[in-house]
Design a protein around this ligand. Structure first.
Ligand code: NAP
Length: 304
């Protein structure tokens, strides 16, 4: 009897051995009976070009993590609309030898907001802390989701200004603003904020912001953190103490993975299982109480 061909999937990065994606994806692939295996591949920056010309072509698809999310762009045949706007790729699919790039980080964040918190950004005022790659992905998708305004607050003000200016040019219907990570301008942005999201590295390993002006933020504002190690960051703990609803960072990781899974296999993964696998490895097996029946939406077709 002919043996079923096993298609190969991977995550590339440097370092990459810490990645939780292999466990999350392999559990979901097994559950769906999909003939794929997912592994972590360390690709050093100086080896990226050789990888993209060689091994990448033997894979059905792969995720891209730090430091390659922007560096892979010149090696791809086409980019999906959001990846083009964000200027970075976290998912590549091999379509008959053509490598096509997607960015599911932002869409994964939106799905998690929707599924985990029933939060719709349309018409809402958003403040994003940080102006790095993740902030950029969130600013793009929140603007596309018709947030009323998106303010980028960053330690290095110039970087926030540059991001807001560039996105305002590319998304002329959106209102993109910039301010420093402290002082009156931040306080004024917080005053009528509906969603405050931390995308800085503050929180990683339990680090925290000093003197954050919590008193300016309306109690109803949803406070979100995309850092997921630890899951309950000091930022989220402080928000919870003050009575804010909170949104934890593992949801974004789960849904960006679920969207990538669907792009590669055409199948809808068991999102609840993916989250359980992740939480097990993050040290909390607690899954959300409500079943996650909602599946990722169909992706837009990549354009040339
Ligand atoms: N949940 C998920 O699925 C998911 C996905 C992607 C990323 N993430 C997490 O998001 C975080 C950011 O990732 P990234 O790729 O955007 O990183 P990045 O491009 O390196 O940007 C880092 C940002 O953090 C700011 N920052 C760093 N240290 C700071 C400090 N001590 N005080 C204030 N601001 C500080 C930087 O400000 P300056 O510009 O002033 O340096 C910059 O805005 C990481 O923790 C990553 O693990 C989570």
């Amino acid at each position: 009897m002919p043996r079923t061909k096993i298609h190969k999937l991977a995550v590339i990065g440097d370092p990459v051995s810490h990645s939780l994606s292999p466990a999350m994806h392999n559990a979901a692939l097994r559950k769906r009976g999909a003939p794929y295996r997912y592994e972590a591949l360390r690709v050093a920056p100086e080896k990226l070009e050789a990888f993209m010309k060689g091994k990448a072509r033997t894979l059905a698809g792969f995720n891209v993590t730090v430091p390659h999310k922007e560096a892979v762009l010149p090696h791809l045949k086409r980019l999906a609309y959001e990846a083009e706007l964000i200027g970075a790729v976290n998912t590549v699919v091999n379509r008959n030898g053509e490598l096509v790039g997607f960015n599911t980080d932002g869409a994964g964040y939106l799905m998690s907001l929707h599924v985990d918190k029933k939060f719709d950004p349309r018409g809402k005022r958003v403040v994003i802390l940080g102006a790095g790659g993740a902030a950029r992905a969130l600013a793009v998708v929140l603007s596309l989701a018709q947030a009323r305004s998106v303010t980028v607050a960053n330690r290095t003000l110039k970087r926030a200004e540059q991001l807001a200016r560039e996105l305002a040019f590319r998304l002329p219907k959106s209102k993109l603003l910039a301010c420093p990570l402290e002082g009156k301008a931040l306080e004024s942005a917080l005053k009528d904020c509906d969603l405050l999201v931390n995308t800085t590295r503050v929180g990683l390993g339990g680090t925290s912001f000093e003197d954050f002006p919590w008193e300016k933020l309306p109690r109803r504002a949803l406070v979100s953190d995309i850092v997921y190690t630890p899951r309950m960051t000091p930022f989220l703990k402080a928000a919870k103490r003050r009575g804010h609803p909170i949104h934890t960072g593992e949801g974004m990781l789960v849904f960006q993975g679920a969207l990538a899974f669907e792009i590669w296999t055409g199948l809808k993964p068991d999102v609840r299982l993916m989250r359980r696998e992740l939480l097990k490895r993050l040290g909390s097996g607690r899954a959300p109480r409500k079943p996650e029946r909602k599946s990722p939406p169909r992706r837009r077709t990549a354009r040339s």
